[in-house]
Design a binder for this molecule. Sequence first.
Ligand code: CP3
Length: 350
Amino acid sequence: MKDIAMTSDKKILRALAGETLPTPPIWMMRQAGRYLPEYKATRAQAGDFLSLCYNPELAAEVTLQPIRRYGFDAAILFADILLVPQALGADLWFVTGEGPRLSTITTADELAALKPLDAIHDTLNPIYETVKILSAELPAETTLIGFAGSPWTVATYMIAGQGTPDQGPAHLLKDENRPVFDGLINRITEATISYLSMQIQAGAEVVKLFDSWAGSLQGDDFLNYSIKPMQRIVTALKELHPGVPVIAFPRGAGEQYIGTHAAIGADCVAVDDGVDAAWVAEHVQTGGCVQGNLKSSHMVTGGDALVSETRRIVDALSGGPHIFNLGHGITPDANPENVQLMIDTVRGNA
Ligand code: CP3
């Protein structure tokens, strides 16, 4: 485990430790992705997306591609949040042009049939190998971020067997069979602690929890199923790996973003583009470092709007710790030149 003080030449770690930097460090969600021709070439070499995730050499290669091209301040491990359900025993496949498909877990018997915790690493070992390669190969100034999905978001896929616009099947199970739903959330929570702990042991310097569907939870449900499982994970990781920062991303939380640093115990809260940067400065950044929140469509459209929006976000969040990022992942139709324009704008070179 690395000590923050020893690696404080890394801008991302400084921001995560609460420092307000003159220029925010930058990385981008899905920075290794289909908008890059070199990613598409390596993915073709791997065969398909899952083969790429489980091939340590090639997964490390696609992780490094955006670092070489743009010099981002952080690299994010190339993998997927749905590898944890697969490691727990769910079938997983990707339908081209549509997205992920999984065998579903909605009954007590299906829950009981999931693999025991210590068996998940049989599947996930290649991911730790990828982390080790990256840890050795990344430039000294680049921070390595590991990640996992949050229990709620992973559960929405395991229950529905696919992505859903409103997470209806997960809400239905929560309301109709609370013991199975709670049991599934607990299993994912425990697996995630173990998975992230192994990523940290392999060399991840920061971990991020993606709660992509937090926005469909309100009130007590938001507290019990977005915040609390993430808080359990953070508490366990901080005990095992003191000093390793955690970024939490309760996407779509809106006003519920207020107080999330403290409630989760996260060093940084990532914000989507549904909240205004000036509001974030006033209501969320007061709790600690924030990450975000440029609309990813600017990476498609570019031009003056990209420049002025980027500047507005940088200015609005300049009074506290900030990591510049998009509000969600970059899309396959993005223009790689617009990414360079965004970086030049943040760094004052545009
Ligand atoms: O950010 C990164 O570059 C790191 C790698 C990463 C991927 N997925 C690679 C990926 C990360 C952090 C994720 C997280 C992830 N995966 C989330 C949470 C973040 C979010 O986007 O809300 C979710 C919900 C998933 C599940 C998932 N994986 C979906 C719904 C899809 C299909 C949608 C799509 O874009 O095609 C994926 C596939 C996926 N994961 C791709 C990549 C680069 C595209 C696969 C391909 O190359 O065809």
